[in-house]
Design a protein around this ligand. Sequence first.
Ligand code: SF4
Ligand code: SF4
Length: 380
Amino acid sequence: MTTEKLDLRKIKNNICKIAEQYGFQDARVSDTATEKYMPAYKEWIAKGYHGDMYFLEENQKLREFPEKLHPDTTRIISLRYDYLSDKANFLLPLKDPNLANISRYALGRDYHKIMRKKLQRIASDIETMISQSFQLNYRVFVDSAPVLETLFAEKSGLGWKGKHSLIINKDAGSWFFLGEIFINLPLEVDEQVEDLCGSCTACINLCPTNAIIKGKQIDATRCISYLTIENKGAIPENLRDLMGNRIYGCDDCQLACPWNRYSNLSNDPSFNPKHNLQNISLLELFQWNENDFLKNFEGSPIRRIGFEKWQRNLAVALGNSEADDQKIAVLKSKIGNISQMVDQHILWALEKLNSKDKRSISDKQKKLINCVTNMLPRDA
Ligand code: SF4
Ligand code: SF4
């Protein structure tokens, strides 16, 4: 199909305007080439850094060649959607080990559905805009298929890939979701931006489990996000202490990043915390039964991990919190209720709470608290 009659520059401008109307802060275009990136990706997989996320091993050809994932794709539009709520409350859970520390993106509604619906509408509006002269072929993605989303975001200039492996935008930090629209429209590609990490190593130094490795990669088997969300089995004992009170994901590398001084707050109330999750005790959450979990997390990404992993994560965090009789009694009362795997973590927690070891905030955490205090006066 010919594109001769199309004013591609004007169409691209209109796409950006449409994206803005649907609440996206940026929309930029890249081609589909991945060959420069694939060797590093394959090496990461070969070294087993992906843990048991076997889906990352599969469909390599689809990942490598976006036009195989969706035929006729010639361009990828990467879009940015800010999610940081003004109620994010970074400091309290860092300072108080009895509070739940939940990744900021997961405090409110599940972004997958929200983003997919918006991307679908944008693509449909583009289709309507050019339908007289061109048959648009498109597909939208939000974390749902073998798509190298950070690669395309970086190629498009949406930001650069930081040493912590996330995309950073110099004017907006890194608290945003990414989405992609694969299309067959040969739009002009945008330029990649400069990597501004420079000699900074704050994220590497402050990662609680030393999960950030060279080459802007993460050893997922050590990363708390992986351990609390993707990991299906027991959490390795040598990492449990280091997890502290993080029960769903981890934001520490983003909190450490100086570029997040410039982060924008989201205008979308969907990502405001629900059920007071920004300031809720571990014990209260641990006392929710499975029905409470399912009901309270209706529409939340946390529901995806299921009740067993949720209880496993909470048991570890309670083991890392301050001991008191009520916690010990509640932990004991849950033994035998869910699974052997959860019991194992409860027993570990009880052993820790019964030991005489005094809880103290690690030096890393103290430094992180300092970073956050200086960085986010609005949250202090
Ligand atoms: S999410 Fe947490 S554990 Fe994972 S790399 Fe970042 S700081 Fe480290
Ligand atoms: S903390 Fe420093 S090294 Fe890490 S991503 Fe941010 S700027 Fe880059």
